[in-house]
Design a protein around this ligand. Structure first.
Ligand SMILES: [Zn+2]
Length: 329
C-alpha cells in the first residue's frame, strides 16, 4: 500500500534528520518500545540483504513491557533518499508475549515531485497498518518539517530516565543484571546507591551518552576518554591493561580482540600499523565529503560521533559536515 504526501517542501537534510530521530528515538512514536539498541556487528546472514545501493543496519526495539511484547529485531536498509524497515519475523518459542508483526515499510523522498512516499509492503488493513499510516507517518512528516535546529533538539539522546532504568532493572533481576545494565546503559550497579532517586549513571559524572551500548562501544569510549585526558599514545597491551576489569572480562567474549575493535572504530581511535600506537583519530577525516569519496553508500548516520559526545572541545565539524551522528551532550 502506498501513501504520498505532497507539497512538503522537504530537502534531503531535513529528511535525513527525521530518519535519525526515528532511528534513535522510536519510543517517541512507538509506545510499546522503551529504547533501541543497534547491532554492534552484522553477520553474514544479515549482510545478504545489503545490495550495492543499500546500506544495512540492524536494530532491536526493546519492549516496554516484556510480559506482553517481544523485543523486535529489524533490518534497516537505506540510501540517501530512502529508508526501509524490515522487521524480522519471530517464530515465538512458546513464550506468552504476543508478537506484533508490522510489515516492512519504506520512507522515500521524491525531491523533484516535492513529496514523500510511504510504502507499506502489505495490503492488509489491520491495526498495525493503521498505526503506520495514522501515527508513524504524520509524526515523520512533522519531523521532516521542523527546522534543523529544532530537530537536533528532538534527536537529543537524553540520559535514560529513572523509570526506564527501574523497568530494565526489574526485567533483568533474574538474569545477569550487572553485565546487561553495564552493557546497555553504562550503569555499574556495584556502586549502586540505595536511594533510587540518587543517580548512579556513570554517565551523569561525565557527559551524557547514547543509549545503545555494546561492550565494544564501552571499550572505545573508555580508551577515547583516556587518550584525551592523558594526551599521549598507547600501545595495545597498555590499552588492554588500562581497561576496567568488567570490560577486560567482556572483551574475552568479543570476536577479534582489542585491535580489531579499535580498527572498527577508526573514526574515534586510530591504530598506526607502523608505530603500533593508539591515538585519538583526526575528526577532520570524519567529514562527509571525505567519507563520500571512500564509499558511495554513506547516507543515514547510524553511528555516534565520539568527538561530539565525549571530547571536551566537541566535534570541529558541523552536524551537516560530520559523517557521524551528533548525539546531544
Ligand atoms: Zn562529529
Amino acid at each position: 500500500m502506498e501513501f504520498n504526501v505532497s507539497n512538503i517542501n522537504v530537502d534531503k537534510a531535513h529528511f535525513l534528520s527525521a530518519i535519525s530521530i526515528y532511528l534513535y528515538k522510536p519510543h517517541v512514536v512507538n509506545k510499546r518500545v522503551t529504547t533501541v539498541r543497534f547491532a554492534s556487528a552484522l553477520n553474514r546472514d544479515d549482510k545478504k540483504y545489503s545490495t550495492g545501493t543499500n546500506v544495512v543496519d540492524k536494530r532491536t526495539l526493546i519492549a516496554k513491557n516484556p510480559r506482553i511484547y517481544h523485543d523486535q529485531d529489524e533490518y534497516i536498509l537505506s540510501n540517501d533518499i530512502s529508508v526501509e524497515f524490515r522487521p524480522i519475523v519471530l517464530y515465538s518459542m512458546g513464550t506468552k508475549s504476543c508478537c506484533v508483526q508490522v510489515s516492512a515499510y519504506r520512507f522515500e523522498l521524491i525531491v523533484h515531485e516535492n513529496k514523500i512516499r510511504f510504502t507499506v509492503f502489505d495490503d492488509k488493513v489491520d491495526k498495525e497498518m493503521l498505526w503506520l499510516k495514522d501515527s508513524l507517518l504524520p509524526k515523520f512528516i512533522k519531523w521532516c518539517q521542523s527546522n534543523i535546529e529544532n530537530s537536533t533538539e528532538n534527536t537529543t539522546l537524553k540520559l535514560i530516565s529513572i523509570e526506564e532504568y527501574q523497568r530494565e532493572y526489574e526485567r533483568l533481576k533474574f538474569s545477569s543484571i550487572h553485565t546487561r545494565l553495564f552493557n546497555h546503559f553504562g550503569i555499574d550497579i556495584t556502586h549502586e546507591h540505595a536511594d533510587p532517586q540518587q543517580s548512579n549513571h556513570r554517565s551523569s559524572l561525565i557527559k551524557s551518552k547514547p543509549e545503545f551500548y555494546s561492550t565494544k562501544f564501552s571499550i572505545i569510549q573508555f580508551l577515547f576518554e583516556h587518550l584525551l585526558t592523558e594526551n599521549k599514545s598507547l600501545t595495545l597491551s597498555a590499552a588492554y591493561d588500562l581497561l576496567p576489569n568488567e570490560l577486560g572480562e567482556q572483551l574475552k567474549s568479543e570476536n577479534g580482540g582489542l585491535k580489531s575493535i579499535i580498527l572498527s572504530y577508526r573514526h574515534a581511535i586510530k591504530f598506526d600499523p607502523e608505530t603500533k600506537l593508539i591515538t585519538i583519530a583526526d575528526p577532520q577525516l570524519n567529514s562527509i565529503t571525505l567519507k563520500k569519496k571512500e564509499s558511495s553508500k554513506l547516507s543515514v548516520k547510524t553511528k555516534p560521533c565520539f568527538f561530539y559526545a565525549f571530547h571536551p572541545n566537541s566535534c570541529p565539524l558541523t552536524d551537516e559536515q560530520c559523517a557521524f551522528f551528533h548525539c546531544e551532550k
